[in-house]
Design a protein around this ligand. Sequence first.
Ligand SMILES: [Zn+2]
Ligand SMILES: [Zn+2]
Length: 117
Amino acid sequence: MFTDKTLTCRMCGKPFLFPAAEQAFYAEKGFTSAPSYCRPCRAERRRAAYDAALKDPSRRFMYRCGQCGKTFVVVQQFRNPDPRVIRCPACVPVGMPPYTDDDRRLNEALGFPRHTD
Ligand SMILES: [Zn+2]
Ligand SMILES: [Zn+2]
């Protein structure tokens, strides 16, 4: 059984709630440590990491969607070895992995997905 816990954020130093439901989720995923950051700080860190990746061209990869054939861009650590299986953000329903809202915004900002011809 889990009970709500209050933790202290390592970034802003403010207390934040680690609810029982979230603890259960962590346990189910096999995470052994509790979150170190509150929700806003976690979002902030994710955004900072994403912005850093955006500025680094070696982290941006172009793919052709396996479903609609349009070109799109993904920010990631390594190129997917089998791009044929990749679908563009437009072909993956909103909220479904692997794309985040940031990925979608990036593709929109760059005018992707779009036809290459
Ligand atoms: Zn915080
Ligand atoms: Zn597509």
